[in-house]
Design a protein around this ligand. Structure first.
Ligand SMILES: NC(=O)c1ccc[n+]([C@@H]2O[C@H](COP(=O)([O-])OP(=O)(O)OC[C@H]3O[C@@H](n4cnc5c(N)ncnc54)[C@H](O)[C@@H]3O)[C@@H](O)[C@H]2O)c1
Length: 269
């Protein structure tokens, strides 16, 4: 999508982090925004940061709720007439081993991170297909090609998002809809602060501190990279130097590198 000016973009997880920065930078490019999040206050804060002239609609949507996502898609069409881009960005994490985690916490992550993306994709797809040019941007992660210990549902869900994205690329080959699979490394956002913690390796405060130290990319930079990938119709996008390095290590040492990470971080509290 070479020119974003005047395009209608539906974006989830717009109340914080990468989503908020995407909203601001897309607005600066002249996009019309349909913003969704579960966090009403955060969403209002995002809107305050947009250029005044931005045409915006805000929707409180739990992306894990299929009916709510489909109702949002209907609202977006009713309000803006059409949609050109959907960015399925909302996400959450957890910090607990597969052995210890409850099904409630596992499903909480999986339902938001995978089903949220699936619902957002399917609800908007018929509308996107009717446009001369349209894009689906689904945010996976480096965890979508490499799992980290004590992050089981997130690893599984992000791998599933990658699989969904590649399937969509195959199936939508001869249509006007481009699909981009985004794989960020560590981005300095609230993702760990908003995670559910059980018997993970670290206490929450310690984990947040460590993450803030190692997350090498700002959400502003991540958003800029994602928008540049969108403009170039990229299929697979790594965000951050750490993501690029990890991609190489995983290709060179598929099992050996995983074993090493397990030795360093795999133990339980
Ligand atoms: N921060 C990182 O290091 C990193 C790395 C790789 C991938 N990602 C992915 O990037 C995306 C954005 O995350 P972020 O880092 O900006 O985190 P963040 O916590 O700052 O923002 C996530 C947003 O999603 C919203 N959200 C959570 N549950 C929701 C639900 N059920 N329905 C609707 N909205 C909901 C939150 O309210 C929040 O506004 C996520 O998919 C995340 O998995 C992040």
């Amino acid at each position: 999508m070479k020119n974003l000016n005047g395009k209608v973009v539906a974006l989830t997880g717009a109340a914080s982090g990468i989503g908020r920065c995407l909203a601001i930078q897309l607005a600066e490019k002249g996009c019309i925004l349909a913003l969704a999040d579960i966090d009403d206050n955060g969403l209002q804060e995002t809107v305050k940061l947009l250029p005044l002239e931005t045409q915006t609609s805000c929707h409180i949507v739990d992306v894990a709720n299929k009916d709510a996502v489909y109702a949002w898609a209907d609202n977006v069409i009713a309000k803006h007439n059409h949609v050109d881009v959907v960015i399925n960005n909302a996400g959450v994490g957890s910090n607990e081993s597969i052995d210890d985690i409850s099904y409630e916490n596992f499903n909480w992550v999986f339902d938001i991170v995978f089903y949220g993306v699936l619902y957002g994709t399917k609800a908007f797809l018929p509308h996107l297909k009717s446009r001369p040019e349209a894009n689906i941007v689904n945010i996976s992660s480096v965890n979508g090609f490499f799992p980290f210990p004590n992050n089981g549902p997130y690893n599984a869900a992000k791998h599933a998002v990658k699989g969904l994205n590649q399937t969509l690329m195959q199936e939508l080959r001869n249509t006007s809809v481009f699909v981009m699979s985004v794989h960020p490394g560590g981005i300095k956002t609230n993702i760990v602060r908003n995670s559910r913690f059980g018997k993970g390796v670290l206490e929450k405060n310690e984990s947040v501190k460590q993450f803030d130290k190692i997350a090498g990319t700002t959400p502003e930079k991540a958003a800029a990279k994602i928008i540049s990938g969108l403009i170039k119709n990229r299929k697979r996008l790594l965000v951050g130097k750490d993501a690029v390095i990890l991609d190489i290590l995983v290709r060179l040492f598929p099992q050996g590198f995983s074993d090493l990470v397990g030795r360093i971080w795999g133990h339980k509290r």
